[in-house]
Write a protein that binds this ligand. Structure first.
Ligand code: EPZ
Length: 420
């Protein structure tokens, strides 16, 4: 069942509730390692990345159980029973690198297989290592794994990030939460998922200030109790994907349970292209009253345009009259989707970090393959627009980040099913 088939051409119409944010819950699941008492997480999407991450922290001594759909109870590990997450799990999920900070500062010992690069780029970890070493950890690369150790408690420090890396910001913030003294991290990532992690840590007893600005200040505490419940923020990228699909099919879709501010970079671009985006409390409604027009897009760290929406917007722009230009400033290899869209009739020229899209009257269905999660999402958008049937292979990539995908699409009038 690793193929998704779409019969395109229907404008998407209706409303749907957006699930919790994958990139917030993955970091927060790693942060549960820091806790003494169990915690109940709400608004958790039951996507494959969450299933894998749950398996990984369980292999380190935690115990996770679904109390009800989207409500996950996590009992943190009592000791460093296991300091190493199994390779067969870690290799599936790059975000397992977020175990470094929590394991180091809680147990003083960690061994994590280096998550390989993936299709969108090399994904180095130099900024993670620089920050954790700055707090006093010793990190050794050893046969494809990173071994981290500390002699006693980590010590607060002043750390400057050469690039506002989301993962490095999160790893250092988690490590510093139990360090001795104050840590100052400068030039940090400001993504909403970083802020949600900071809010979670503070709810558990940490002292983190400034998340969402360029500087985060952490006053280390001796333990994080845990206990209680915490609700994950909505997934701005899932919401954005459905908003782009609505515009691409000339439909009228309302995404519910979102934080409109988190989607402002995308909403602004959709409005620039001529779509109508209305904010209605914790919902956003996207419709198209007139033909869309070409736009230029540059991906940047938040609050710039999100790289995780770049492929989906490229799909949309294939049938927008005129010439559109996309510049991908975050990952060095995130244009692979262009080849698949060209097989569906798109006219795209890629030069390094720049892609030039010439609008065509329409796409036609074809057999295509997802190369990564968001490229898969972009093929969904293209398949919904295209005349005829589109079969998307490697659908497991899409299942990593989209909860109950077909159900949601069908509720909007899409004709979509799975194939073996
Ligand atoms: C997070 O990845 C997200 N993943 C990604 O979402 C997202 O695309 C990315 O942030 C950027 O917003 C999760 O949160 C689990 P980075 P992360 O460190 O933390 C370079 C999705 O589809 N860099 O901000 O790995 C790196 O090479 C995924 O949901 C270094 O040079 O992203 C890249 O060019 C894909 N050295 C840039 O920074 C480092 O030590 C951004 O990476 C770390 C990163």
């Amino acid at each position: 069942m690793d193929k998704i088939v779409l019969a395109g051409g229907n404008p998407l119409q209706g409303r749907l509730r957006i699930s919790g944010a994958k990139n917030a819950v993955l970091a927060i699941l790693c942060a549960t390692i820091l806790l003494r008492e169990e915690i109940v997480l709400e608004n958790v999407p039951d996507i494959s990345d969450v299933q894998v991450m749950s398996g990984i922290i369980n292999s380190l001594g935690a115990a996770t159980v679904w109390e009800e759909p989207e409500v996950l109870r996590v009992k943190p590990p009592a000791s460093a029973a296991e300091a190493e997450a199994p390779y067969h799990m870690v290799k599936k999920l790059r975000a397992s690198n977020l175990l470094l900070g929590p394991m180091l500062t809680r147990f003083g010992d960690v061994r994590v297989s280096l998550p390989g690069g993936c299709n969108i780029g090399v994904r180095p970890m130099d900024l993670h290592f620089k920050g954790l070493a700055g707090l006093g950890a010793t990190l050794l690369l050893d046969h494809g794994s990173v071994r981290g150790r500390t002699d006693g408690r980590l010590t607060g420090a002043r750390i400057y990030l050469d690039f506002p890396s989301v993962g490095a910001t999160e790893n250092i913030m988690m490590a510093a939460s139990l360090a001795e003294g104050q840590t100052l991290i400068e030039n940090v990532a400001k993504e909403p998922e970083v802020v949600d992690l900071a809010n979670f840590l503070n709810a558990m007893g940490a002292r983190v200030r400034g998340a969402g600005t360029d500087v985060i200040k952490i006053d280390g505490v001796t333990e994080l109790k845990g206990g209680g419940r915490y609700a994950i923020i909505p997934d701005r990228i899932e919401a954005g994907t459905f908003m782009v699909a609505a515009a691409a099919t000339g439909g009228d879709v309302t995404v519910e349970n979102v934080i409109p501010l988190h989607l402002e970079p995308l909403s602004a671009k959709l409005r620039e292209a001529g779509a109508v985006v209305r904010e209605e409390g914790d919902s956003l409604r996207v419709s198209v009253d007139n033909p869309l027009r070409s736009i230029d897009v540059k991906t940047m760290p938040y609050p710039g345009f999100p790289t995780d929406m770049q492929s989906q917007v490229m799909a949309l722009l294939t049938t927008v009259p005129g010439t559109s230009v996309i510049v991908e400033n975050i990952f060095e290899n995130r244009f692979m989707i262009a080849d698949e869209l060209k097989r569906m009739g798109g006219r795209i020229k890629v030069e390094g970090r720049m892609a030039v899209i010439e609008g065509v009257p329409g796409l036609y269905g074809a057999q295509v393959k997802a190369t990564d999660l968001r490229a898969g999402a972009a093929l969904l958008v293209a398949g919904l627009m295209a005349a005829g049937e589109t079969e998307i292979g490697n659908a497991h990539f899409i299942d990593r980040g989209y909860h109950r995908l077909e159900e949601k699409l069908i509720s909007l009038g899409a004709r979509v099913w799975r194939n073996t």
